[in-house]
Ligand binder design. Structure first.
Ligand SMILES: [Zn+2]
Length: 184
């Protein structure tokens, strides 16, 4: 995992078993991953397919007017009563990059443009190999905020133990880390 200065964020390594005792009738995890990632990210945490319901799209994004995203959130939270929502980015992502939005259209591209603009001073300070990795991290945190804004998620978080996890997958080392805010 990253060694560079992450500012207000830190990455804690996760191991298989992070989601314990999930053997229940319904999936307990809503996993939001990227379309160009692999299933290795869930295997690295020891999750069985029956333990999760999976949404994948370009850049693991939650777009509030994307019917597929919204419907999935409501189904998972209101019907399945999942206890965990994971948004998992991955290093080497072909979609979430610092330099351009090649091939992406709105609203996907405008979300990334806004993120780049807002964090340009932090991104500019990083050596270029790390900029794309930091963009992946920033995007994961941004999508977690979008998830919290969803009305079903907000209501559920007030009533029960629903957790949102921000994870990063490193395919080279087959490892998963959790992004946490450390201050600021
Ligand atoms: Zn990707």
């Amino acid at each position: 995992m990253s060694r560079y200065n992450l500012g207000r964020y830190a990455i804690q390594p996760l191991r298989s078993g992070f989601f314990p005792a999930l053997r229940q009738r319904n999936p307990q995890v809503l996993w939001i991953g990227c379309s160009d990632s692999s299933e290795g990210e869930t295997a690295a945490l020891g999750l069985d397919p029956g333990e999760m319901i999976v949404l994948r799209n370009l850049g693991n994004m939650i777009i509030e007017n994307d019917l597929s995203c919204v419907t999935m959130l409501r189904y998972a939270v209101d019907h399945l009563d999942v206890n965990h929502i994971v948004v998992c980015g991955h290093y080497g992502c072909g979609l979430v990059k610092t330099a351009s939005n090649q091939g992406l259209e709105d609203p996907w591209s405008s979300v990334l443009d806004a993120l780049r603009c807002r964090h340009s001073s932090d991104l500019d300070r990083l050596p270029s190999p790390e900029q794309d990795r930091y963009m992946v991290l920033l995007n994961v945190m941004e999508q977690a905020r979008a998830i919290r804004r969803d009305i079903s998620v907000a209501n559920a978080m007030q009533k029960r133990d629903l957790m949102i996890h921000t994870l990063l997958y490193d395919r080279v080392h087959d490892s998963v880390g959790r992004v946490v805010e450390v201050g600021g």
